[in-house]
Write a protein that binds this ligand. Sequence first.
Ligand code: ADP
Length: 397
Amino acid sequence: MPTREDVLKELSKVKGPDLEGDIVSLGLVSEVFISEGRVIFSITVPAERAQELEPLRQAAERVVAKMPGVEKALVALTSERKGGGGQPQQAQPVRPAPAAGDAGSVPPPMQARGAGAGAKAGGSTAKPGVPGVKSIIAVASGKGGVGKSTTTCNLALALQANGLKVGVLDADIYGPSIPRLFHVTGRPEPVSGRILKPLEGYGIKVMSMGFLVDEETPMIWRGPMVISAITQMLREVEWGDLDVLVVDMPPGTGDAQLTMAQNVPLAGAVIVSTPQDLALIDARKGLNMFRKVDVPLLGIIENMSYFLCPDCGNRHDIFGHGGARTEAERLGVPFLGEVPLDMEIRETSDAGTPVTVSAPDGPHARIYRDIATKVQAEIERNREDGHRAAPNIVIES
Ligand code: ADP
């Protein structure tokens, strides 16, 4: 097992952003946690460059993963948020961070109830469920900007319109947009001990890191804190009785997401993709990620699928619509539906009045309700067939 010094020595071979210096002497590497063959740390980068610097994260991960005695390297890019004018401070998790080495582990097992989400998530590892919550599903995307949060929000509201009791957990801690989408602000109050009461938007219980940290406070997320914060938002919140808890996952398919997918007792995952080829490749990575941890795939949603021209009323397939459907068929994963690129969807989402509530009888709300119905059917199918093997997907990357 390498020591922290060994790890830092290896990491000093990784060049900094713009190929200047190395990430260690530039002071970008966080504290390094080493536990049972796993090495966990984060690299601080400017928030606006996080996506562009993904290769840097991968390079750091690779050099550490290659070290003798290392089974897995878990590296997160973290950022200092500008604003507030204060000195950057280390982000505080919701509650005290777990002891080093606890990252990625879950709190002591709770009693899973009935056929709850944790009873059988399709895999052999029994993850404790969340009492009262029947199913937990993840909405994920291979990359940011494909409309994952917009889809999460409208899907949750459509599930509610279909008669289910629904909650939303915003696990996209780097850019929590659920508070804005549901038009909710405020601080969750403690109900007893460590348990917080979620806030509510349009009748849906919502919990987001956006409620717990000050947007103006510059913050640095340490890898293990990410896991710890999400675990707490899942288990130390009074969700009450829910049919479905919809989790808005952070974008991407890195190890942080993988660890999360592993820790949350998921009944299934929905992948959101745009029709462009690149996004589809990313969607495939997302599918692969859930397959790795034996989480059933509920299906793919094609977002910004086609453009309905408000002037001429014609439909334009500007992005090569239909790619996701073909891909889903090829991979043997259910295709859940296509959502058009539409100004009304954008404007209502951005204004915190999602189209499913602002125009519940309109064509877009109907599309989301149809998708919700298919998602419900898939959850049921997986529940009844709990021992069904995960779909046999061959991933070509
Ligand atoms: P992600 O969570 O994948 O980063 P968001 O849900 O934040 O993406 O969406 C990114 C932007 O795209 C937002 O401004 C949102 O309003 C817009 N958007 C999402 N879906 C659609 C759609 N179907 N039509 C038009 N705009 C959309």
